[in-house]
Write a protein that binds this ligand. Structure first.
Ligand SMILES: [Zn+2]
Length: 399
């Protein structure tokens, strides 16, 4: 857990400047003053102090021919950013069969991005040990000292009860029932650890660094071994009452569908996950079809594969249309393995949303593939920590 100490007035002003620069890198002093709602004089004093402390960097502004409000004709304002190497955060993405680690600087740029196969589903303790080793290796490779690390964010493919940090793993990730992964990782690493489920961190990744930059109302739909959605509403992640909002994979989709791992019948996940689609195709072409093979067949224009992906897209679009009616988002970002099918998937999703949502909500929403691909979750996990970096940096400065 990350403590949030009460700040004095001077620290509050520092926080406002740092937050303004975290949200809008390369801002002028005037822009910082406007976003932080502080006077120019106060901002100048604080910036000087933050530059001396090595937390803020000055960049000469790009020359423009326009008249600058601050520097007079032809003298562009100096731009400010947080010093990207002032602090670091690690993201960990636990898939079903892999663990991915990214060590990011303050701007979210991954300095180390590594990957290891692991039997995550069945071996939680061994997976947590492996993750600890991956974090240590990443810090060593980048030459980052442990005291420069703000914390570690983790994404796991399971709903998480926000009050306790426990996993709602029953039937979803059976080996992890009763495990408290954030506490376990904190004990191993000795730094603050934040935990969220994979779709929520994917949403955060695409919002911070990808397709949803600058978008405040969005649904991130992750189509991987499981199907889940992460919601960001009015600029903030929306966890719901206990933290399991966005379980779109278990929305009812097909009365004739198979029994789902959650115990219900015909859930979206059991008819439209990449694994379900590949299995459907396997029966029709009479040979084993992996998800990778499915994507190759789609890219090659295989009619059956494209048909199977289109039907999955339509089912996903129908389920998403309900969320579009209820939440009126600006953007639906499609991520996970199946997103690699491109337009073969996105076009039927878009069409189903148009068909099944009320007109004003359908007109307001765009559907787009994620731009971070398989890195959305690990970068979003790092963003769980980076989003709290302004407060951590202020705390580092002292009173
Ligand atoms: Zn289900």
């Amino acid at each position: 857990m990350i403590d949030e100490p009460i700040l004095g007035a001077r620290q509050m002003n520092r926080l406002r400047v740092i937050e303004a620069l975290y949200g809008r890198p390369r801002s002028s002093r005037a822009e910082v003053a406007s976003h932080a709602q502080l006077s120019r004089a106060t901002v100048s004093t604080l910036v000087e102090e933050l530059v001396r402390a090595g937390l803020v960097e000055e960049h000469p502004g790009a020359a423009t021919s326009s008249t600058s409000a601050e520097g007079g004709v032809g003298r562009p304002p100096v731009l400010l950013s947080l010093a990207s190497h002032a602090a670091f955060a690690v993201g960990l993405d636990f898939g079903h069969q892999h663990i991915r680690v990214a060590l990011c600087d303050l701007s979210g740029e991954p300095i180390v991005d590594d990957y290891s196969m692991a039997d995550v589903d069945h071996a939680p303790a061994a997976s947590l040990d492996l993750a600890q080793e991956l974090v240590r290796q990443a810090l060593r490779r980048a030459g980052v000292m442990p005291d420069q690390l703000l914390g570690v964010g983790m994404g796991l493919a399971v709903p998480i009860v926000k009050a306790t940090g426990e996993l709602a793993a029953d039937g979803i990730l059976p080996g992890w029932q009763g495990v408290r992964p954030a506490e376990e990782m904190e004990a191993r690493l000795g730094v603050p650890v934040a935990l969220d489920n994979d779709a929520n961190v994917g949403a955060l990744g695409e919002k911070a660094f990808g397709a949803a930059r600058g978008v405040d109302d969005l649904i991130y739909v992750r189509l991987s071994a499981g199907i889940g959605a992460g919601l960001i509403l009015e600029g903030r992640p929306y966890p719901g009452a206990v933290g399991v909002a966005g379980e779109i994979g278990h929305v009812f989709s097909d009365p004739h569908g198979p029994i789902c791992r959650c115990g219900n019948r015909g859930c979206l996940e059991s008819v439209a996950s990449p694994v379900a689609v590949a299995a459907l195709l396997e029966r029709s072409i009479g040979e084993p079809v992996s998800v990778q093979r499915l994507l190759e067949l789609v890219a090659d224009g295989h009619r059956g594969a494209r048909r199977a992906v289109a039907e999955a897209g339509e089912a996903v679009g129908r389920a998403v249309s309900m969320a579009v009616n209820v939440l009126n988002p600006e953007l639906v970002v499609v991520g996970g393995d199946l997103a690699q099918a491109g337009e073969a998937l996105l076009a039927p999703i878009t069409a189903a949303i148009e068909r099944h949502s009320v007109a004003p909500a359908a007109e307001a929403v765009r559907v787009s593939a994620g731009t971070l691909g398989a890195r959305a979750e690990v970068l979003g996990a790092a963003a769980l920590i980076l989003a709290k970096s302004p407060r951590a940096l202020v705390a580092r400065l002292g009173a």
